[in-house]
Design a protein around this ligand. Structure first.
Ligand SMILES: Nc1ncnc2c1ncn2[C@@H]1O[C@H](COP(=O)(O)OP(=O)(O)OP(=O)(O)O)[C@@H](O)[C@H]1O
Ligand SMILES: [Mg+2]
Length: 220
């Protein structure tokens, strides 16, 4: 059996209070192992983004557990363990594209010159050389989305979580971006989980997880 990177045990996340309570994820149990290729599908509002946040340590479960065996007792999931590409890219507007991609490397302690060189190579992978020095707020939605993916991958994390990474892209660009994402993941033997509404993209992943009203089904 491959190494387990993250495990959810009956993990739930409840948003809101009183009559406004939403159980966005309900008792999810799953594991992600090294090399996994998982498509996370399900209707809008079914809890896909919330499950990805839990698996990446960006949200804490209201009940149940999320465990990262490679981290032992550490509470911070570093960008070396999990790279996250957000559904809306969440780039830092005051930084350029290349600076945004370099940020996780700088957090991980890489020197500035090396971080920029590595960030430039990752931008090139996603056909973004021409916009490397453009401020994030001046990028198109599709460019910003690809910068977000480059940022998620730049530390060669053990696990990449991408939340609808092609939502702003035309069909052929989307195919190319998924090719590049999978190539980059293969290079670093990373697991990949992609939330998507695009059936053509979901079909490229070996494993399919489905969310319905917060409930996760992992049987293929
Ligand atoms: N910060 C929040 N506060 C309150 N409710 C929230 C919050 N974030 C999400 N929700 C609710 O939790 C549920 C799951 O949302 P989530 O964003 O995980 O769904 P999703 O499957 O990713 O949807 P989409 O396909 O539209 O991105 C929804 O009912 C949503 O309204
Ligand atoms: Mg979502």
């Amino acid at each position: 059996m491959a190494d387990i990177l993250v495990e959810a045990r009956e993990a739930s996340l409840v948003y809101g209070k009183g009559t406004g309570v939403v159980e966005a994820v309900a008792r999810a149990t799953c594991t992600v192992e090294a090399g996994d290729r998982i498509a996370l599908v399900g209707p809008s509002g079914s809890g896909k983004s919330t499950l990805l946040y839990l698996l990446a340590g960006l949200e804490r479960p209201s009940s149940g557990q999320i465990l990262w065996p490679p981290l032992g007792d550490a509470r911070f999931v570093s960008p070396i363990v999990a790279g996250f590409a957000f559904q809306s890219p969440n780039l830092l507007p005051a930084l350029t594209a290349i600076e945004n991609v370099a940020v996780p490397l700088l957090i991980a302690g890489v020197a500035v010159a090396q971080a920029h060189e590595t960030a430039a190579a990752m931008l090139a992978r996603f056909d973004l050389v021409d916009v490397a020095d453009r401020y994030a707020e001046d990028l198109s939605a599709g460019q910003a989305e690809r910068v977000g993916l480059a940022r998620a991958l730049v530390c060669r994390p053990s696990m990449v979580l991408a939340d609808e990474p092609t939502g702003q892209l035309d069909g052929s660009t989307a195919t190319r971006v998924i090719d590049r994402l999978l190539e980059a993941a293969d290079d670093s033997a990373a697991a990949v989980i992609v939330a998507t509404h695009d059936e053509r993209i979901a079909l490229r992943f070996r494993t399919r997880w489905t969310m319905r009203h917060g409930a996760l089904e992992t049987a293929s």
